[in-house]
Design a protein around this ligand. Sequence first.
Ligand code: ADP
Ligand code: MG
Ligand code: MG
Ligand code: MG
Ligand code: MG
Ligand code: MG
Length: 676
Amino acid sequence: MGLLALGTPLSWDDSKKYNDFIRINGIKHLLSVFHNCSNRTNDPLLWGDEVEYMIVKFNYSDKTAKLDISNDNILNLLNDEKNYLNDCNERNIHFHPEYGRFMLEATPLSPYFNYNGDNYIEFNMIQRRILADNILKDLNADDVKTQSHKLVTITSFPRLGSKNFTTVDDSQLWNHKNNYSRSLFLPDEIINRHIRFPTLTANIRSRRGEKVAINIPMYQDLKTPKMDDTIDFNRNWFQNEDKEAEFASMEKFIYMDSMGFGMGCSCLQLTFQAPSLPMSRYLYDSLINLCPVMLSVSSAAPFFKGWLADQDVRWNVISGSTDDRAPYERNVPSLLKNSNQYGGIDPKEFENTKHLPKARYSTVDLFLGGNDFFNRSYNDTNVPLNDTILEQLLENDTYPMDYDMAKHFAHLFIRDPLVIFEENLTFDENKDFDVLQNHFENIQSTNWQTLRFKPPTDRFSTDSSSPGWRVEFRPLEVQLSDFENAAYSVFIYLLAESILKSSNKLNPYIQMSKVWENMDLAHKRDSTSTEKFHWKDSFEDSISTTSSLYSIDEIFHNKDNGIFNVYINPILIKKGFVESDWKELKYSEDKQRLYYYLKLISDRSSGKIPTTARYMRDFVLRHPDYKQDSKISELINYDLLMMCDRIASLDDSNGELSSYFGTELVDYLQNNKIVV
Ligand code: ADP
Ligand code: MG
Ligand code: MG
Ligand code: MG
Ligand code: MG
Ligand code: MG
């Protein structure tokens, strides 16, 4: 997604009458894409990463690290030809907006093609950071002695939603109502200024009929208070919303009440183009059970809202923060007695309203099938469908879809559009194709699952001059350094390439219900070293889905069914990088860095070195200012962010890098700096 066009967004109440209109027209677009592009073949393996950044202001004399909500104009400068657009283009980087005013996202401008074992991905990531950091320095030139503004790649900002967590004084943020989110903790000023984002926030709340309510288990230490004691139960700004905390919060849980808690987290995503439609479906299905496993191995979010959490990842926080389901749909009573079970759903729709077991931000719901290994019984979970859309997909003159593909979209299209722009309501169906595409994307891109199946964008382009059938891998938490983010990107790339080049051999299927269970397991504290996950006993049996419980170490390193032997070694051999095993790369002249990328992930999965979450949790627990009360003080927050910044610049002056990566890896990194 690039810069967003401006327009007039409708409030939930004004927009809801157009929900079916948007869905039906969105599906018309989808059907023409399938009609024109389903025969595309031999599309090249283009791919790219998306890294999400937070801009943090460090004040060395006050010892504070705050989320910078005052420099968001940097995104305009980065995309303006009179400013830094040429610098971005020359470096093949592109900056995009993100939910938080303190956030940026960056991708390569043109996607990568293939991977030849070089350092380019990391090099590209390093350039993004350097360029943005330099601009931030110029923008804030008057106070460089005691302060600096920098991009930080941390999944969850420890004190997001606590006192004084932004660069604007609390007295200015809290002297007026935050009408969009109505949160007790997050001012509206943290939300991207583009009107789509505050509208999204308000419309999710309105559709749900309540503020979102996210309860995350609090880490229990000797002096941890029973209750989250940061909640103001007595605020009297919003008649209903201010009363909700009393019913929504719980003992031993961190309570959060706004979209920003989840969408204000950072992640690392990767998109891969498959050669054809059937191969994109196979790639999608093959990656499904790798999502929870890779979430565990990338876990990097041990804290929320100033508290240590008793879990390690961001996923369920974002899921809760975008959960627009009304109480009836969630099959629970509304928080307040006088509230409507149907939230903001149009009364005309009450009788069609269903229970929806999962939020729109959640793990993948359905295998796509379309290959010989697949059997419909593998989709064994309760996944509601939009029956009207299902019928439209199966029976039409443009492209009658097969049932399994149709089921995927009929499920995505149970959701309502969240933001409709008035300008998009009148259009010529035979001419304004971008508007129709927009209607499709309206639903498609607000279904935030662990994978996203991305059809070609241009319905008329039947060759590789425009994006083809792609799969996006979305569970990964962002890592502290470009080295790690490159390592995880390359690792997933190798999985994707391996899958695409072994289609007739590997049977990826396992029951979907087990994938869902794995996703819950991946949330547990230290899941990488202590939990066992459902994993296939063999990938070579063409009809079996049998699985057993394996540790993450086994899932990566087992001889017969481990990731390194099933996926990584075969593709490295096929590419001519090694003769039989990835460890040979250590002695390679030009691909040694790849060895260390793989070693990082191997050592994390075997527990030889800590996950990012474990490392940061220990940092807090050992901090002299920590009072065994699970709280992250401003000083701990500052020291932690300073540590993250040292790790990002591969600075081992405090010995932190060595305990984070292990000494062999650090030796390699110190002797093999990437020069930009
Ligand atoms: P979104 O936010 O919708 O996922 P972005 O534009 O932020 O989309 O990111 C898309 C990613 O896909 C980028 O990393 C980009 O480099 C990559 N990409 C672009 N074109 C292709 C393509 N044809 N095939 C695969 N990946 C692509
Ligand atoms: Mg993006
Ligand atoms: Mg996006
Ligand atoms: Mg993003
Ligand atoms: Mg995000
Ligand atoms: Mg993305």
